[in-house]
Design a protein around this ligand. Structure first.
Ligand code: AHG
Ligand code: MN
Ligand code: MN
Length: 349
């Protein structure tokens, strides 16, 4: 099967630079190092089970979650490669409680990277898609070591964001504010090749992605919305199809291409939601919006949230814009379907 003549990531980035002279080449280095880290992580992911990379380190991270060996490897690889570019003032990672200074003796740079080194790690052992999520911001402090302030910026300040999804084929999807572009890794030449230029997400999907095991902990408003999606109503193609992998990157990527809505609401178990603003919600919100979609916490645009702590969590409703807006109307009690007596939670919608 002949390979499609697809542009390598490095050439695509240079082309984009020519088209957007205001975009300095500085964060190009960062994107290329993220791509290199992705190749190194991918090498282990595709051999998980053969190389001794599955399983736990025996440590717990700041969230009290057991750290998988691949979490730690991905974190260290990204820290080392990004830290050596000389383009970074500071980093923040899901796997470290505080900010992560760039490597000793390295030149301080003008950018910040907040990242989730390995997303969906509970799925590693079962060979289910996992990913890496990254968010690139300009520093706001003037010089010297970057500080917490540089990391704690609202998502609308991002200059680039994206994710890598490790799976049957490994993809890198990112935006720098000029659309969303997808690259597929070709191991035989060790390159990410442009495979999905200018990704646009459908305005409405027919897929909803959520962990319904949390139904009993949800608010009545969330229950009413999900019950409504599951009700039988041909006029709006209900019931939607339920699809949930349990890796945010995989659930997001499928909905980005096919349309649909991903929901991780607040609940009695997770009063602020489960997913983190800086390195899960905000970067995927940037990608979603650049592809014509939307991202909300139920009341506010995710990209407007100014986080006050590195690991701050948020409820997350993410995907096709018409679905996210309808979800907001349910959560804010103003959707017309709420007038119908059938809309009581558990009432079959
Ligand atoms: P991480 O592995 O980085 O901690 O992320 C896991 C997240 C996310 O990938 C996914 O959407 C969510 O956890 C699944 O949570 P539940 O298992 O509670 O559904
Ligand atoms: Mn994650
Ligand atoms: Mn993670």
């Amino acid at each position: 099967m002949e390979l499609k003549t697809a542009l390598p990531l490095s050439q695509f980035i240079l082309q984009q630079e020519d088209q957007h002279p205001e975009a300095s080449g500085e964060f190009t280095d960062l994107l290329m190092e993220i791509a290199l880290a992705a190749k190194m992580i991918n090498r282990l992911v595709v051999r998980a089970g053969l190389v001794d990379i599955i399983g736990e380190t025996g440590e717990e991270n700041v969230h009290g979650e057991r750290v998988q060996r691949l979490d730690r490897y991905a974190h260290e690889t990204l820290h080392r490669l990004l830290g050596s570019t000389g383009q970074l003032a500071v980093l923040a990672s899901e796997e470290d409680e505080g900010i992560v200074p760039v490597l000793q003796g390295r030149r301080q740079g003008n950018y910040v990277v907040n990242f989730d080194p390995l997303d969906g790690s509970s799925n590693i052992g079962a060979n289910v898609n996992i990913g890496t999520i990254f968010s690139i911001l300009p520093r706001i402090t003037r010089e010297g070591n970057g500080t917490m302030l540089d990391c704690l910026q609202p998502g609308q300040r991002q200059v680039a964001a994206g994710y890598v999804m490790y799976g049957s084929s490994t993809m890198l999807v990112y935006t720098t504010g000029s659309g969303v572009h997808g690259f597929t890794y070709e191991p035989s030449i060790g390159e990410f090749l442009l495979s999905e230029p200018n990704i646009r997400t459908p305005a409405r999907g027919h897929i909803y992605s959520t962990n319904e095991g949390n139904y009993t902990f949800w608010s009545d408003e969330v229950r009413r919305y999900v019950d409504w999606l599951k009700s039988e109503d041909a006029t709006n193609r209900h019931p939607y199809t339920g699809r949930y992998v349990g890796s945010l990157v995989a659930d997001f990527h499928r909905n980005l291409l096919y349309g649909g809505i991903f929901l991780y609401p607040a609940s009695r178990r997770t009063p602020n939601g489960k997913l983190r603003v800086l390195y899960e919600a905000a970067p995927l919100a940037f990608v979603a919006e650049q592809a014509g979609g939307a991202a909300s916490d139920g009341l506010r645009r995710i990209m407007d949230i100014a986080p006050t702590s590195l690991h701050e969590r948020t409820p997350l409703f993410l995907g096709s814009i018409k679905d996210v807006r309808e979800c907001e109307e349910f959560l804010q009690g103003r959707h017309p379907a709420l007038a119908s007596p059938r809309s009581e939670p558990g009432g079959g919608g």
